[in-house]
Ligand binder design. Structure first.
Ligand code: SF4
Length: 79
């Protein structure tokens, strides 16, 4: 394992009290986010996109409904 460098693994969560269903996150990271029956965004696969795409989706959410943390350390990456 030592010497290997891979992208860091991240975990995303959506606050459904904030999500306004504009699908920005689904557009930016379609393998990660999808709308449920209530047109709320849900994380379907935290590894369905690059960490960069997940953070970009969080940055572009108009209501900052998406929280991104490092899956290993728990460090908050966004917001
Ligand atoms: S970008 Fe934010 S508000 Fe829009 S669907 Fe995703 S979580 Fe909801």
């Amino acid at each position: 394992m030592s010497g290997t460098r891979g992208p860091r693994r991240v975990r995303a969560e959506v606050d459904h009290m904030r999500c306004v269903s504009n699908a920005m996150c689904v557009t930016i990271a379609p393998g990660v986010f999808a709308h449920n029956d209530q047109r709320q965004s849900e994380v379907v696969d935290s590894e369905g996109g690059t960490p960069e795409a997940i953070i970009e989706a969080a940055e572009n959410c108009p209501t900052s409904a998406i929280t991104v943390t490092d899956a290993v350390t728990g460090e908050t990456l966004f917001p």
